[in-house]
Design a protein around this ligand. Sequence first.
Ligand code: ADP
Length: 271
Amino acid sequence: MSEVNASNPIQYTIKNEPFYQPVGDEVELYESAYATKMPVMLKGPTGCGKSRFVEYMAWKLGKPLITVACNEDMTASDLVGRFLIDINGTRWQDGPLTVAARIGAICYLDEVVEARQDTTIVIHPLTDHRRVLPLDKKGELVEAHPDFQLVISYNPGYQSMMKDLKQSTKQRFGGFKFDYPKAEIEAEIIAKEAGIELSIAEKLVQIAQRSRNLKGHGLDEGISTRLLVYAGQLIAKGVPAKQACRVALVTPLTDDVDIWDTLMTAVDTFF
Ligand code: ADP
């Protein structure tokens, strides 16, 4: 994990406005949630715009953003910090959550359900009225900066029950439900992000919608908005649409030959 530190908070601010196309009242609602510093959970399938939304909100609110991609090997120390040994002896290195709490950043724990439960527990004292983070190993109690906010994302779809968040964790957050945007909006997003004509973006979205209908029937997840952007970017570079779809939409999605064929047939219908 790359080093994070509290000495230069500016590095975590987002300088340029990220392109985010609102799909409902999420921007206003998030502003209200931020005003109360309510911890927020973003639920939805992978690649549907959750991370982009947080980036946009951090920019809009003018707050630093520290993002942590969670994984099953992650320990509490990866979030909170640890002692490091170097030639000068031992020194404490704050983890990203600690830095965010100190500088008043929005801390975005992406796919938090991937992390082990003992890791998830460390966020609890930050998510209630205490707003503190105990650094047990260092013997320090960090009081969260007034601007600090915790945001987590998770995809309720493919997680097994074993990996679901505990109720005691869930019930510390306000929830924002995300899904792939409506077809017209999604096509606009793809056209803008990839720099392609709207008519091509519309076809890509239709292919994605077919794949999304296969969810639970051979596919764990349908084609995400993110993959559609990839396909659009290849097309914008001059790659023929069919090849672009094969590389960006179909091949990453499935290892099953039959499903692969079904999806490629859908591609053939449109391109
Ligand atoms: P998630 O965090 O849900 O996995 P991302 O936020 O990374 O997904 O979204 C994937 C990509 O989809 C983004 O990089 C962006 O190109 C595009 N995207 C999805 N939804 C939107 C949106 N509402 N506005 C702008 N871009 C979007």
